[in-house]
Design a protein around this ligand. Structure first.
Ligand code: FAD
Ligand code: MLT
Ligand code: ZN
Length: 456
């Protein structure tokens, strides 16, 4: 019996079938998609992962790899058949080594992102991936979704932070490509296949990550703006004033910060007057705030910002970041919203915002725009709370995705596809691209046991 054999592989600490405990594993973060599973297994090491895969492959049983289950496309939860096994990487959470001289570190997939950041800091190094879920998402999930976050502008997405991977394939084969080299052109770059594949091509069990010198003191400021268009112009202004010095540039509408003040305790804005838009800016100015003060003064002169508050110390900076990173929770507390994680070339951002607003006015007249995100990378969370009289936003979602695509953008910037965006993949990617993805999936997981029903 499969369940007994699985229990034998992982031992008494490595499984649960308790319905109360299963609940958090079968429900995605927003609570909108719920599946079922007979067992969650949590292997202790790569060998156990391989043994689980071999067993499930032999009995044609699907496996759903799961990290922190913070994904936004229900990619980590099983379907409702009750026949899929959830494989949690949570117990594989050891930091294997930090090689400060080589600016690299080797970690297991179940390491929580925040733990990795802190471990690097102890060696005076910087692990550059940072996102609001960093307290619970795991590096395996970050790599499987090619997560973005707030530092992409300067360091790139999760994909850019990886030197090597260890992966278990659909037949239990262990691929050890954990080399910590910045240069290695020996054949195909296999790790790139698995990064962003959302558990459908292989189970990531460990990674060798790229580290940077610690950028030292940051200067953090919250800026008040008249329009979202000014944010695009401000970005260009700041980039020429501080080339390669902008760590993060997060745009947030006043309505969105209003949701944070409404739902998140102890959330206060540092301005006495409200403004239509805000930018949370983080710059690597070595803790010399006067550099930032002068640059922001020039932005006021250029009529790009109305006002600015520069954090005087790290706790003031943390308070500003808490406002930003609480948005998803506040949006969830406010109720269901249509989430559109789109990206467009930055030069098209203003047109997207203008025409997107027209779409909302036409297709969801009393809808409320929830707009925020990583404008520095052309990525906006352009979400809409539908008016009560509207319970279907499909037409609006399609129009927003079509607009982003028309402007040369993507309908999924950083959250991936999971199960909630599969149909859009076939609609907004060419047939040739989708066919090639299917060929890869058939070649690498011919039995379709790795996270079936996700992505492709
Ligand atoms: P899970 O949700 O557990 O899994 C995600 C996908 O990866 C699933 O398909 C799963 O099957 C697969 N998977 C998980 N682990 C493995 C593994 N070891 N091997 C193979 N496949 C695996 N995302 C961003 O990109 N940028 C943001 O700024 C951002 N901010 C967020 C803020 C909040 C408050 C929340 C709740 C989410 C946010 N997210 C963001 C979404 C989410 O945190 C990311 O997608 C994250 O990378 C998911 O990590 P996880 O460990 O929770 O993965
Ligand atoms: C964020 O930038 O906060 C996330 O991507 C989460 C979200 O879109 O809710
Ligand atoms: Zn985001």
């Amino acid at each position: 019996m499969l369940i007994d054999q699985l229990k034998k592989i992982v031992g008494s600490k490595g499984w649960t079938t308790d319905p109360a405990e299963l609940e958090s594993y079968v429900t995605e973060w927003r609570g909108q998609v719920r599946g079922a599973t007979p067992i969650v297994v949590a292997p202790a090491d790569t060998g156990e992962v391989a043994a689980i895969v071999r067993l499930c492959a032999a009995q044609d049983v699907a496996i759903v790899p799961q990290g922190g289950n913070t994904g936004m496309c229900a990619g980590a939860v099983p379907d409702d058949s009750g026949n899929q096994v959830v494989l949690s990487l949570s117990r594989m959470n050891c930091i294997r080594n930090v090689d400060a001289v080589n600016f690299s570190m080797e970690v297991e997939a179940g390491c929580i992102l925040e733990k990795i950041q802190k471990a690097a800091k102890k060696f005076d190094r910087y692990f550059a991936l940072s996102l609001g879920a960093e307290g619970s998402c795991q590096i395996g999930g970050n790599l499987a979704t090619n997560a973005g976050g707030v530092n992409v502008l300067r360091y790139g997405t999760a994909r850019a932070q990886v030197l090597g991977l260890e992966v278990v394939l659909a037949d239990g084969t262990i691929i050890d490509s954990l080399r910590s080299l910045r240069k290695d052109t020996a054949g195909y770059d296999l790790k790139q296949l698995f990064i962003g594949s959302e558990g459908t091509l292989g189970i990531i069990t460990a990674a060798t990550l790229k580290l940077f010198p610690d950028p030292g003191e940051m200067s953090t400021a919250l800026l008040a703006l008249r329009s979202s268009g000014d944010a695009v112009r401000l970005l260009a202004h700041l980039q020429s004033a501080l080339p390669n010095g902008i760590e993060a540039f997060e745009l947030v509408s006043d309505f969105v910060f209003g949701l944070v003040k409404k739902h998140i305790p102890n959330s206060t804005m540092p301005f006495s007057e409200s403004a239509p838009w805000y930018v949370l800016l983080e710059t690597a100015t070595g803790g010399e705030p006067e550099i930032l003060e002068n640059i922001l003064a020039s932005a006021v002169d250029a009529v790009l910002i109305i006002d600015a508050v520069i954090a005087k110390n790290s706790s003031e900076a943390a308070r500003l970041w808490r406002l930003r990173h609480s948005i998803s929770e506040a949006e969830r507390a406010e109720g269901a919203s249509l989430k559109h994680d789109i990206s467009v070339p930055i030069s098209a951002m203003e047109e997207f915002l203008r025409r997107g607003d027209e779409l909302i006015t036409r297709l969801a007249p009393n809808g409320q725009l929830v707009a925020f995100g990583h404008v520095g990378d052309g990525n906006l969370h352009y979400n809409v709370i539908l008016p009560t009289e509207m319970n279907d936003g499909a037409q609006l979602t399609d129009a927003i995705y079509a607009l982003a695509t028309e402007l040369g953008g993507s309908f999924s910037a950083e959250h991936g596809i999971g199960q909630t965006k599969r149909d859009y993949l076939t609609r907004y990617r060419s047939q040739a691209e989708v066919e090639l993805m299917r060929t890869l999936k058939r070649a690498i997981d011919p039995g379709n046991i790795l996270n079936p029903g996700k992505v492709i």
